[in-house]
Design a protein around this ligand. Sequence first.
Ligand SMILES: Nc1ncnc2c1ncn2[C@@H]1O[C@H](COP(=O)(O)O)[C@@H](OP(=O)(O)O)[C@H]1O
Ligand SMILES: [Mg+2]
Length: 364
Amino acid sequence: MASVRDNQYLDHELHVALLAVQRAAILTKSVFHNHAKGTLNKSDASPVTIGDFGAQALIISALQHNFPDDEIVAEEEAKDLRGEKGQEVRETVWNLVSQTRLENKEYEETLGGSVKSADAMLDLIDKGDSQGGGKGRIWAIDPIDGTKGFLRGGQYAVCLALMIDGDVKVGVLGCPNLPISDSEPLTEGIGKDASDEEGKFGVVFAAKEGYGAVSCPLSKRGDLKMDEINMKPLENVADATFCESVEAGHSSQGDAAAIAKKLGITKPSVRMDSQAKYGSIARGAGDLYLRLPVRADYVEKIWDHAAGELIVREAGGMVTDSEGNRLNFKLGRTLKENKGVIAAPKNVHGKVIEVVKEVLGAKQ
Ligand SMILES: Nc1ncnc2c1ncn2[C@@H]1O[C@H](COP(=O)(O)O)[C@@H](OP(=O)(O)O)[C@H]1O
Ligand SMILES: [Mg+2]
């Protein structure tokens, strides 16, 4: 198979996405260390809010500079930052956005450099209002996925994906709190006391459709020392390690336990927030990702899955909803036709879906 590094198809898109995610992750890390740990004085803004707005502004700025005609579906909007009421938060976010840059000047230039003004920053944030759909080039952004994990010092991810005509073609996940090494066991997080030092934690996952998946250490320079990643071969599904949400409201932990039991799985689940779950199984640190609907009326958002879904597929896995259907990114900002997500190595995915259907079917 051609490698994600040795061809030119969507190369510039992948390059910009990798740099943009790294720059945004520098901002979220700084928000965690300077704000989530208590130095935010007057706070009607949560650290999550500040990090979300800042990361979204920086990513959209890079996309607009390089691909001005592309549409963008992003989670946040700038409404609450405008006017007198939004002044304090706006200034905090602007401070961060105007100060955050990659240490490598050439890379920073590729991203178009700094945002010009606080007003320009608000307009950039609001460029993420596309309604999505199955036509043309559309980027999906989740500036901080796993907001609860972010606050706990657990896992979170800066997520960016490019869809062309509704198919995910490029996906990048920045996971500041995952171990760099692809061979480290699954971990929930590094905790509130984690140091900001590079070297042990912080990884970027990336994939281009048809060309495989890679990981590289997250760096302040934006360096891209990428290694190919693959899902771990799994002959017997009973030997699997599975991951699921920390939040019981996001995925039914009871159903997951029942499914695991029926599959003969004896290892306890690893609970982690965000699309770090997709990255972790893609690099073989775990085998399955089970996301089982808790509320029938919840619709998954495209920015919560686009990048991770491609990364797992390109690492040799299969991703579907709980009925075995591929996730459909052509329907707007949400995955309105899909319920739940099941990601697994190709050879066992069918078996897992069989059991998921049995367990969920028995509840009806
Ligand atoms: N009832 C629900 N069911 C499933 N997912 C939900 C949910 N409520 C919120 N979410 C989504 O779950 C995401 C986190 O996923 P996970 O549980 O895997 O960490 C959230 O992303 P944000 O953290 O960006 O808001 C949010 O979009
Ligand atoms: Mg999210």
